[in-house]
Design a protein around this ligand. Structure first.
Ligand SMILES: Cc1ncc(C[n+]2csc(CCOP(=O)(O)OP(=O)(O)O)c2C)c(N)n1
Length: 666
């Protein structure tokens, strides 16, 4: 609750602004209010499906957007209609978006405000709320690295501040001095949960102290206060990049979404805030100051209502998406054509780790906009020493130690991509990706399909068992991602492949999970070409050629199978898939049709593993060519144990010979 006397308008709006600015702010607030009123009518008529109301909160969206420069990114939430209207997005296009029309911002693939538009420098939310905040960090990082003197504004409700993403994003922004304006709209309720059940401190702005960050509390229902204070704060942030946390005190006057109502909100609270309506009170002030007249108000209402109706006419007449499964599939990934770069003839015999380091270095030399981020990767060189010496060569701007916050860093990588840069994120161990799972599967994976935004990010995943590292440092977790459309999965088994595939993954504008088997890092040597070269994703490699059966595998499995086939001198095809998405289905089919028998081998525990899916595919595609059931061999369905003997029992290596023998005998 911000002021005691809601009618002392002169005192409330202590005005230092030009009349033109004042009237502009008023009109900017009026438009979203009128749109909302119209939407509520359409909702009741069943002509739109859902509505999240920002009535009573317009001063925040409008004040912040008006204070931002047009080229600065704004990242709104579900109650920030004013951000979209203040950036002057054509109304018909907004309406078409809400109606799921083909000409909306997502071709009908996502609803309401879940979209971004580079044209208007607005990056909308995903439903999960918090990831916005870390993405803002990435955009602001790009601005800072490019010395643009631009700030980035991002919104959250007070409910969203309880998510880990909030903490991570603020911490990263503070540690890296990023020019992010974090705007909390504290509107009293998160769905039905009052603030008293959401957090246990007096002001959310106080949290800034813990992050070493500047903060302010602003009356979110006072457009002059919002606009003037935010303008000043932004000027300072542009000159001297640093994050600022703002807590706007306001109130959600309608239900969480229209249909859910406000039964749980005390009447007197609603009355209190109705008297403090940001639009009507400001209107009253402008009238009292003789800056506008009743007929002005009438005219603007008429004009805006006409514009809204015109926009609705256009949107309602627009077509629904006419699409085919093929067209939908085409948009899952950003288009990318592989341009083969031939390897040089000179080679060096090096290990997998050296080859990955080489590949990263070649990519850093080739892409000035490539940023690497990860825990302990700077001076320390990463726990596997892959980035050793990188800071000296590329500087701390491009080789970034991160706090322990996988979500925020994946989100920041997404933000870099939105701002036109490339990112490689090193997971210290693939196991820890679970702490950054949400932005990978929900933000990176879906953004091209949803609104045509590439996620130019490679996530390096040191994975796998065989090093006695126990349940949290040994997992093969590629299957966690295999089921998610929009992610590429690459998994090399040799040094030369690791280098060429890593470079190709970095060239690719899509999100790639790049698995690096730790047990192979220092045990496998190979002649690796010098210089820059790439290997196309989605092409398997026939490691050994035979006629009796096919072993199809990847990662460490390639070496287990190769050793056995060489020892036993067996006449078997050995296919190293090298990438799981895209999958080289053609080579799989060709080999199975030739041999008629197939063993799929994985290090992952069998249930739900990638090979299980490939087995189903082979059964469907090659049934009449098979002389034996499709066989699968993977680890047992337990967590990976630590002790060497237990780990040996877990892994499938010991069983490989017998399973293969049975297959050949079948
Ligand atoms: C991770 C996640 N959990 C739950 C939800 C469901 N949900 C959507 S909005 C919302 C309330 C958000 O409250 P707040 O952040 O205060 O924003 P407000 O709606 O009040 O503007 C909830 C619980 C969600 N979208 N994402």
């Amino acid at each position: 609750m911000t002021d005691t006397n809601p009618t002392d308008l002169k005192n409330l709006f202590q005005n230092t602004l030009d009349n033109e600015v004042l009237i502009g702010l008023y009109k900017k607030m009026l438009l979203p209010r009128l749109i909302e009123e119209k939407m509520l009518i359409l909702l009741r008529q069943g002509r739109i499906s859902k509505w999240f109301s920002g009535i009573g909160q317009e001063a925040i969206s409008i004040g912040v957007t008006a204070a931002m420069q047009r080229e600065e990114y704004i990242m709104p939430m579900h109650r920030n209609l004013g951000v979209f209207t203040a950036r002057e997005i054509p109304l018909w296009k907004l309406f078409a978006q809400w109606q799921g029309k083909a000409d909306g911002f997502t071709k009908g693939r996502d609803r309401s405000f879940h979209f971004g538009t580079q044209e208007y420098k607005i990056i909308g939310m995903i439903s999960h709320l918090g990831p916005q905040l870390g993405v803002a960090d990435g955009i602001a990082l790009a601005q800072k690295l490019k010395n643009t003197s631009r700030a980035t504004a991002v919104f959250t409700g007070e409910g969203g501040t309880s998510e880990g993403d909030f903490h991570e994003a603020l911490n990263v922004a503070s540690v890296w001095s990023l020019p992010v304006l974090f705007c909390i709209e504290n509107n009293g309720y998160g769905l039905s949960t009052p603030t008293s059940e959401q957090y246990n401190c007096e002001n959310l702005a106080d949290r800034a102290l813990g992050y070493g960050m500047e903060s302010h509390i602003i009356d979110g229902n006072n457009i002059i206060e919002v606009y003037t204070k935010i303008s000043m704060i932004l000027n300072d942030m542009r000159e001297n990049p640093h994050p600022v946390l703002i807590e706007f005190k306001t109130f959600r006057r309608r239900g969480h979404e229209e249909a859910s109502g406000t039964k749980y909100v005390p009447e007197d609270l609603l009355d209190y805030w109705e008297q403090r309506d940001p639009l009507s009170r400001f209107e009253q002030f402008l009238l009292e100051e003789n800056l506008i007249s009743s007929s002005d108000i009438e005219n603007w209402n008429k004009q805006f209502k006409q514009e809204i109706n015109d926009g609705l006419d256009i949107a309602f007449a627009k077509a629904l998406p006419q699409s085919t499964p093929e067209q939908e599939l085409e948009d899952v990934f950003a288009p990318h054509t592989h341009h083969r770069v031939e390897p040089q003839s000179s080679t060096q015999k090096i290990r997998v780790v050296d080859a990955i380091k080489d590949g990263l270095e070649e990519a850093m030399d080739s892409f000035d906009d490539l940023i690497i981020m990860g825990q302990d990767i700077a001076e320390y060189g990463g726990v596997f020493k892959i980035t050793d010496g990188f800071v000296e060569k590329y500087g701390r701007g491009r080789v970034r130690n991160t706090p322990i916050c996988e979500s925020a860093i994946v989100e920041a990588a997404m933000g870099l991509s939105i701002a036109g840069m490339k990112a490689v994120v090193e997971m210290q161990f693939a196991d820890f990706v679970s702490s950054g799972f949400n932005p990978i599967v929900n933000y990176l994976a879906k953004s091209h399909y949803r609104w045509n935004q590439k996620a130019d990010v490679v996530i390096r995943m040191p994975c796998g068992a065989g090093v006695g590292a126990g349940p949290f440092h040994s997992q093969s977790n590629e299957s966690w991602f295999y089921t998610v459309p929009g992610l590429k999965i690459v998994y090399p088994s040799s040094p030369a492949d690791a280098k060429g595939l890593l470079i190709a993954s970095i060239e690719d504008p899509n999100p790639v999970l790049f698995f690096e088997h730790k047990a192979l890092y220092r045990s496998i040597y190979d002649h690796v070409p010098d210089g820059y070269y790439n290997i196309e994703l989605g092409k398997s490699l026939l490691i050994m050629e035979g006629t009796m059966a096919s072993i199809i595998t990847f990662g460490a499995g390639v070496h287990w199978a190769k050793k056995l086939l060489e020892q036993e001198n067996l006449d078997v095809d050995l296919i190293d898939l090298r990438s799981l998405v895209p999958l080289d289905k053609e080579s799989i089919i060709k080999s199975v049709k030739k041999t008629g028998k197939v063993l799929l081998l994985t290090e992952d525990n069998l249930t739900g593993s990638v090979i299980s899916d490939i087995a189903a595919f082979i059964s469907e595609e090659c049934f009449e060519y098979l002389d034996a059931p499709v066989m699968r061999l993977g680890s047992i369905d337990t967590p990976i144990p630590f002790e060497k003997g237990l780990e040996d029992n877990y892994l499938p290596i010991k069983k490989l010979k017998e399973v293969l023998k049975n297959l050949l005998k079948y």
